[in-house]
Design a protein around this ligand. Structure first.
Ligand code: SF4
Ligand code: SF4
Length: 112
């Protein structure tokens, strides 16, 4: 089991999660983060910290494609452990539907 980052992180990217993860398993894309499923120890402390409620346990149904996306991009995006400022329009983007189709970027973020 692992936790996965899902749709509502895209363009919200508040980064509260990275500060609490005991094993530093978040990786940064241009406009979202992902969790490395082989490094996550399933502690669950990040889930309630996410203001966008974007982090879910992979035991929830329907998250298979998100698990694949997290696993794939955790291999190529840089590690992030220190919170920075979120995007200026993060609040407006919070809760918008279908962000994956509209806004997902495969480009890496800057990392630590
Ligand atoms: S706290 Fe939530 S919205 Fe922010 S980067 Fe982490 S998963 Fe994404
Ligand atoms: S569940 Fe724990 S180990 Fe996994 S990403 Fe969240 S804080 Fe890190």
């Amino acid at each position: 089991m692992t936790y996965v980052v899902t749709d509502n992180c895209i363009r919200c990217k508040y980064m509260d999660c990275v500060e609490v993860c005991p094993v530093d398993c978040f990786y940064e894309g241009e406009n979202m983060l992902v969790i490395h499923p082989d490094e996550c120890i399933d502690c669950g402390v990040c889930e309630p910290e996410c203001p966008a409620e974007a982090i879910k346990p992979d035991t929830e149904p329907g998250l298979e494609s998100w698990l694949t996306l997290n696993a794939d991009y955790a291999k190529s995006w840089p590690n992030i452990t220190v919170k920075r400022d979120p995007p200026a329009d993060a609040k407006e983007m919070d809760g918008e539907e279908g962000k994956l189709e509209k806004y997902f970027s495969p480009n890496p973020g800057q990392g630590d």
